[in-house]
Design a protein around this ligand. Structure first.
Ligand code: BJ8
Length: 425
């Protein structure tokens, strides 16, 4: 990675802190990912992406900027990448998945704030994220109260923050607000890029993002096989990379893995024995490098067959209708697709609970683990509803709350192991 040092220096990265971050990340990846047995060959591309996490892709972004393209950083799956592509800009998810500089973050947000929000501050304040530094605009959004209030402070630590308002109810008024906000965002994108959104450019954006979602949905559907062709950890990684890789290269790489997985299924080749307990994980998103819970689950005798999370099917299911011919119709189609996202910030949000039940059937899961980040109110409330609903249907469920530290690892492992034992009985 030394070939990127000059680029990082020019971006204002704290090289010493960054080096130690990359060292920790590299050794975690080795312990968690590279130790897995019988991984699909196609995962080599994703190993490369992680190895080059702050190198190759960041260099691509900087080169694109030199050619006049803009880079838009996002924190939420409600921000439509279709619009970003339509102005010839590039969207990158800002991961916020590690415990970095929480003390500094607590100068801006209360101590009892979820790890994800603190991490967004920590990465910026510690100057260790070249993606944040590569952005021309960062998009915040009014979702949970934690994020909504945190973005009031975030505007003071980043160069250019744009906040998108989002509805809280799935009503006609809510849909109207979402569409109006997407139009306002489109105008902002046009203003900063100088490019007008046309029916051709938006149609192209819709097709590129649909193709990316179709590829990852294809991969997810292959996990319904009785003999699982890919681990949950590897599937999660593809979902995480979804947010910052070049979209067309990503689509091709995921489709290549799917071809391989189909062969594995036909040859009855799996990553674990057929009687391994199958688990759906549902809850808060897991951004890179948050692999803690999946690693605990998959080293406790179980396997993850699906993620009901924004770094999973909640973020990628449903596509934008490609039949629209006017810009107005395209905005309607985009709004219709994103309005279906069943994030816990919506009230009521029964779709999410029903979706988890459907996933249990579809992926032949033996149980559900609900994952909440400490201090996350929306998902903590829904965890209680989910426990009630699933238990009423005799679906075993375990609800865990954790953060990005490693302090509760032992306790987490004990609880997960006990749950897996229960599934084996
Ligand atoms: S659409 S889940 S990506 S808002 S964990 S910050 S909810 S206190 S992340 Fe999310 Fe968009 Fe919804 Fe998805 Fe708040 Fe909870 Fe923290 Fe959270």
């Amino acid at each position: 990675m030394s070939e990127y040092k000059e680029m990082w220096r020019e971006m204002g990265i704290d090289l010493e802190a960054h080096d130690s971050l990359l060292r920790v990340l590299g050794s975690a990846y080795k312990d968690i990912y590279l130790r897995q047995q019988n991984r699909p060959k196609g995962m080599e591309y994703f190993d490369f992406v992680v190895r080059e996490l702050h190198g190759f892709r960041v260099k691509e972004l900087m080169e694109a900027r030199e050619q006049g393209r803009k880079v838009i950083g996002t924190f939420c799956v409600f921000v439509p990448e279709e619009l970003v592509i339509a102005v010839n800009a590039i969207a990158v998810g800002l991961c916020a998945g590690a415990d970095i500089a929480s003390d500094a973050a607590e100068q801006y947000v209360p101590r009892n704030t979820c790890s994800l929000i603190k991490s967004a501050f920590g990465f910026k304040l510690a100057k260790v994220c070249p993606y944040i530094e590569a952005t021309d605009l960062i998009v915040g959004e009014n979702t949970c109260d934690g994020k909504k209030k945190a973005f009031e402070q975030y505007k003071d630590v980043v160069d250019d923050l744009y906040v998108m308002d989002l509805p809280q109810m799935k009503s006609e008024v809510g849909r109207h607000l979402l569409k109006a906000e997407y139009k306002r965002f489109a105008r902002k994108l046009e203003e900063i890029t100088g490019n007008k959104i046309t029916t051709e450019s938006l149609n192209r954006g819709i097709k590129i993002v649909n193709a990316k979602r179709k590829a990852i949905n294809r991969l997810d559907s292959l996990r319904a096989a009785s003999l699982l062709p890919i681990s949950g950890l590897d599937s999660l990684l593809t979902n995480q990379v979804f947010f910052y890789d070049d979209p067309e290269r990503f689509t091709a790489s995921v489709n290549a893995i799917c071809d391989e997985l189909e062969e594995r299924i036909a040859n009855k080749e799996g990553v674990c024995p057929e009687n391994t307990p199958r688990i759906i994980v549902s809850g808060c998103p897991m951004a890179v490098p948050n692999w803690k819970l999946p690693h605990v689950i998959e080293t406790s005798g179980a396997i993850i067959v699906g993620e009901e999370m924004c770094t999973g099917v909640r973020g990628t299911r449903n596509n934008v209708n490609e039949d629209a011919s006017t810009l107005e119709e395209m905005f309607d189609s985009i709004t219709d697709r994103y309005f279906k996202i069943d994030c816990a910030v919506f009230t009521p949000n029964t779709d999410r609970l029903n979706h988890v039940k459907e996933m249990v059937k579809e992926y032949k899961a033996d149980g559900v683990i609900h994952y909440g980040l400490q201090f996350c109110q929306p998902y903590a409330h829904e965890a209680m509803n989910m426990e009630r609903l699933l238990e009423a249907e005799d679906i075993p469920v375990l609800s865990v709350e954790t953060d990005y530290s490693q302090e509760d690892l032992g306790q987490l492992k004990t609880r997960v192991e006990a749950f897996v034992e229960r599934l084996q009985d």
